[in-house]
Design a protein around this ligand. Structure first.
Ligand code: FES
Length: 144
């Protein structure tokens, strides 16, 4: 059902954890499955110098978070914004149809973290949408 790449990233996720003094943090959730993803960014000279994630969700959500962080690390914010859930899925050699929404969550989490960074720094990026209010996900702070 899952590609070897998905299993690899699920078993040994890259960039898992949090960044204490992150420059941007974004949290998104999927109301249907209840899964939650949070991304932390460290930005230097307009580039993503470091990125971490915490995912409270399914195996595919962990694998797509891991791959999404790999894809955006070292990129400029503009480049990171062009990374779609399709790119994440392709890099993972595909996902079963029922798990496509997990990759959408990864794309949204990156965008939400960039939104937070942009808001704090008075920046504007064309096409970047304000994420859904993340107050519903506060309980994630108590998860380890
Ligand atoms: Fe919802 Fe994977 S089942 S994020």
């Amino acid at each position: 059902m899952y590609s070897d790449k998905v299993m690899e990233h699920f078993n040994s996720p890259h960039n898992m954890g949090e960044i204490e003094d992150a420059d941007g943090v974004g949290t998104v959730g999927n109301a249907k499955c209840g899964d939650i993803m949070r991304m932390y960014l460290k930005v230097e000279d307009g580039r993503i110098a470091d990125v971490r994630f915490k995912t409270f969700g399914c195996g595919a959500a962990v694998a797509t978070s891991s791959m999404a962080t790999d894809l955006v690390k070292g990129k400029t914010l503009e480049e990171a914004l062009t990374i779609t859930n399709k790119a994440v899925m392709e890099a993972l050699d595909g996902l079963p149809p029922a798990k496509i929404h997990c990759s959408v969550l990864a794309e949204e989490a990156i965008q939400a973290a960039i939104w937070d960074y942009a808001k704090k720094n008075g920046l504007h990026f064309d096409g970047l949408q304000e994420p859904t209010d993340d107050e519903h996900y506060e309980h994630m702070d108590n998860q380890e």
